[in-house]
Design a protein around this ligand. Structure first.
Ligand code: SAH
Length: 426
């Protein structure tokens, strides 16, 4: 979601005539987009921000924009007082405060007879050739903003506000225009993406949206994330299996494998429910790959409860597991009602255990793909190799003299590792 917010901000700035540059030291405007889902992310954001302050001291004309979940969607006066060197504060997903600020600033400077310079600046004297302006073949489209579900550990609803689906026409016209610009793959985004539309008049839903998107010429792949197990309906599952462009890759976090922990997380399902869901996905969607998120060291998590998570992971053999150590977040139910009583050391031990387990599982899953032919969408050149993803979201590197950027190629897997594979062109 943050990547998508940043890309949207970048393209809004490009429309104003700005071009993106590699080094912060040379910028007129710096946007720092922030995540606070864990304390470590928040610390990193603040550390980065304080290092930017030095640039501002050297160059008082520099505009610093702090964006995202550190700011939150409500007016944040304490933060503004604490950070006087920040010129603009923007909530998640919304570059408007920055755009308005720049417009005002530029108007003033033009008024101060700095006309020539500002015009040049605004017009963007050296527009980059089209394909270098962050040309992407794979784009993110937010379809649900915010979240109203309030898992007890999670700060997102407090910072991104309540759940709000985008009207279907907006999404369809954005997808069509992206397809026109050469985008081949779209990923629909929402904190609980499978709740898409439930808050809209007429209740269009994700299966309907997928069906409509499927008709857009030029789009080859459609993905969506993140799903909540409770809204992964049989209808949605059948839609994924039926529509060829919708990729057989599902991100559906379990978070924990113990029912008492799940209850205190307020996830609204049991380990058995989750197990059944995974079975259903595998029965109905041929070749499906499934990714999960796991939190270790939730308040009160005992060794036995953790082992339930470990055993579930071992049993289910998921393709990917995004692992996190529990981090207390201000304002959440868990922060108010539970004691963060699993030591950092113990959280780390549990984290490493799952990490090792998942590494073995992923290695084995990849090994089974050796010599298979897969379809890869190449989206980047990385250290002289082409990098892309299979429909199941697996990372493949390919050597080739040909320019493969933006192409969907057939590739035979010739080597496999834990996190990626090597393929050759067919
Ligand atoms: N709404 C999405 C994404 C939430 S943030 C979802 O439900 O999947 C991504 C992941 O961060 C979550 O799935 C969870 O595993 C992790 N996470 C969220 N809050 C956390 C916290 N307080 N401590 C540790 N991990 C957390």
């Amino acid at each position: 979601m943050n990547v998508s917010d940043s890309q949207r901000t970048a393209s809004a700035l490009e429309k104003l005539g700005y071009t993106s540059i590699e080094r912060a030291e040379q910028a007129d405007v710096i946007v720092l987009n922030t995540c606070v889902v864990r304390q470590s992310a928040e610390d990193r954001a603040l550390g980065r921000l304080y290092s930017l302050r030095k640039l501002k001291e050297k160059n008082p004309g520099l505009v610093i924009n702090l964006m995202g979940c550190l700011v939150g969607y409500k007016d944040n006066h304490p933060l503004q007082e604490k950070l006087p060197f920040v010129d603009v504060f923007s909530p998640p997903s919304d570059p408007t405060p920055l755009l308005q600020y720049l417009q005002r600033k530029n108007d003033q400077e033009v008024f101060q007879q700095d006309k020539l310079k500002m015009n040049a600046y605004l017009d963007g004297e050296l527009p980059l050739p089209e394909n270098e302006i962050g040309k992407t073949f794979s784009a993110h489209i937010p379809v649900v903003y915010g979240c109203s579900f309030a898992c007890t550990y999670c700060i997102i609803p407090y910072r991104r506000g309540s759940e709000q689906s985008r009207p279907m026409e907006d999404i369809l016209s954005e997808a069509a225009s992206l397809a026109n610009q050469g985008v081949r793959e779209i990923t629909l985004l929402g904190q609980i993406v499978d709740r898409y539309g439930l808050d809209l008049p007429g209740k269009p839903d994700l299966p309907l949206l997928l069906n409509e998107l499927h008709r857009i010429n030029g789009l080859e792949r459609i993905r969506f994330l993140t799903s909540h197990p409770n809204w992964m309906t049989p209808e949605l599952i059948d839609t994924v299996s039926k529509l060829p462009k919708v990729c057989e890759h599902i991100e559906v976090p379990t978070q924990a494998g113990n029912n008492e922990v799940l209850r205190r997380m307020k996830r609204g399902y049991t380990a058995e429910d989750y197990r059944q869901l995974v079975q259903l996905l595998r029965d109905r969607i041929e070749g499906v790959s499934i990714a999960t998120d796991i939190i270790v060291g939730f308040p009160g998590e005992t060794e036995a409860q953790f082992m339930d998570t470990y055993n579930l992971m071992e049993e289910l053999q998921m393709d990917v597991a995004h692992l996190a150590r529990y981090s207390t977040r201000p304002g959440t139910v868990a922060a108010r009602h539970y004691v963060d009583d699993v030591s950092e050391q113990e959280k780390m031990r549990r984290f490493r255990m799952l990490e090792n387990l998942q590494a073995e599982i992923s290695t084995r899953i990849h090994q089974r793909m050796l010599h298979q032919t897969v379809e890869v969408l190449i989206d980047e050149k990385h250290k002289m190799q082409w990098k892309g993803r299979t429909r199941t979201n697996k990372l493949v590197f390919i050597n080739s003299e040909e320019n493969l950027l933006g192409k969907i190629v057939s590739s035979r897997i010739i080597r496999t590792g834990t996190w990626s594979m090597r393929g050759e062109l067919i």
